[in-house]
Design a protein around this ligand. Structure first.
Ligand code: MLT
Length: 398
């Protein structure tokens, strides 16, 4: 009989956010009257901004006429969007970027999960813990060996640069789930480590738009040498509310090389182009036009206002958690707040308590890895009034 990919037996039974959704659905079925406030998955709640909506309407109209209709797009994404990314996201940081370093996709999750296609299976992968579960699950699916790099209060939730060698390291800043940010000097340590040891850094900066402190780096390429050792993932999901539209991009600098196994080198950029042209047909013309609008003057102002809204919501959550003595982290240059469960409760015990007694959904910290035990995550991608109500309800049961 045909055998399944047995690596799947190494995975948790369900993907974290599906697990939570199923538990909440079961609770809801048993308590149909419950008014549940969902602050678990980081899905945006504010509508798309007018600049994006106008661009999408226009793109639909383009597709309605033979002269302006668009079918399959270029495999790396339309040049007009890649140029806007270079000029809008990297130039202001003083970072030189070539449009051909960029691959437009249907959101960062796909590429962070699929990127392993172009690397040797069986790699030794260092993953900061707690962590966005996609990096762990997709590496396990490939049969890679994972070792956690613990992030906790003693290292500012940014993890100590390891002494051992890894093939690949995953970093995410501003961090999901802890909301921690990385300083320029700490990021420099990681880049130096990678250059010295030959590791490849997968840098997920999906939440960079939440950075307000000018000292904090938005991109790993702000650090010298990163073009030779890092891939960066960005997304319009959290920047511009595209969780339903689906558009993001991956940067693979053309000088980024790995061994070809025959004593030579091969460019990851060319391997990824080969992979994408075979397995992916591009983000839709409509979503790429929508993404382009994010870089217009109007688009920038409107999306910044939406992020300010979430950051203010994050401030409210953080203050409430602080007042409750739960030692919150994050929520200042990031949309997530990471806090300790009370009275030594486990993450899932506290999740159940909040659902049962306050009808508030959070994400249990242990779902993000062993170092998350005893913590929980709250997202600020929520309605302001509902957040205030959730904070009141939590206060009452503590
Ligand atoms: C989260 O809640 O961690 C995010 O929504 C997950 C994602 O972006 O896929």
């Amino acid at each position: 009989m045909l055998q399944a990919n047995l690596n799947f037996s190494r995975l948790p039974e369900r993907y974290l956010f599906l697990d939570i959704a199923k538990r909440v659905a079961a609770y809801s079925k048993a308590h149909p009257e419950a008014d549940i406030i969902r602050m678990g998955i980081g899905d945006v709640t504010r509508p798309l901004v007018p600049a994006v909506i106008q661009a999408m309407h226009q793109a639909v109209d383009d597709c309605a006429a033979a002269q302006t209709f668009h079918g399959y797009g270029p495999e790396r994404g339309y040049l007009w969007l890649r140029e806007a990314i270079v000029n809008g996201d990297y130039k202001p940081l003083g970072v030189e970027m070539n449009p051909d370093d960029i691959f437009v996709n249907d959101g960062a999750k796909s590429d962070t999960g699929n990127i392993g296609d172009i690397l040797a299976p069986g790699s030794l992968v260092g993953i900061t813990d707690p962590v966005y579960p996609v990096y762990v699950d997709t590496n396990l699916m490939r049969g890679n060996v994972i070792k956690y790099i613990t992030c906790n209060a003693s290292n500012g939730f940014t993890g100590d640069v390891p002494s051992q060698k890894f093939d690949v390291i995953y970093l995410c800043y501003p961090n999901n789930p802890t909301g921690a940010v990385i300083t320029r000097s700490k990021l420099k340590e990681w880049v130096e480590y990678a250059l010295k040891s030959g590791a490849l850094i997968m840098y997920d900066s999906a939440y960079e738009a939440f950075i307000r402190d000018p000292q904090i780096p938005h991109s790993i390429y702000e650090i010298e040498g990163a073009r030779e050792c890092a891939i960066e993932f960005r997304s319009f999901s959290k920047t511009a509310g595209f969780t339903g539209v689906r558009c993001g991009y991956t940067v693979i600098p053309q000088e980024l090389m790995v061994s070809d196994g025959k004593g030579g080198k091969v460019s990851l950029n060319s391997l990824w182009e080969r992979r994408q042209s075979c397995k992916f047909n591009g983000a839709s013309y409509i979503s790429q036009k929508a993404a382009l609008a994010v870089y217009s003057e109007q688009g920038r102002a409107e999306t910044a206002a939406t992020i300010d809204y979430y950051l203010e919501t994050a401030r409210i959550i953080r203050e409430s958690m602080d007042a409750a003595g739960l030692e919150p982290q994050g929520g200042e240059n990031a949309p997530y707040i990471w806090a300790k469960t009370p009275d030594g409760m486990s993450s899932w015990q506290f999740f159940d308590l909040l659902l049962d007694k306050a009808q508030v959904v959070v994400t249990p910290g242990s779902g993000f890895g062993p170092a998350g035990e005893g913590y929980f995550r709250i997202t600020s991608f929520a309605d302001r009034q509902r957040t205030i109500e959730a904070m009141d309800r939590i206060k009452k049961i503590l």
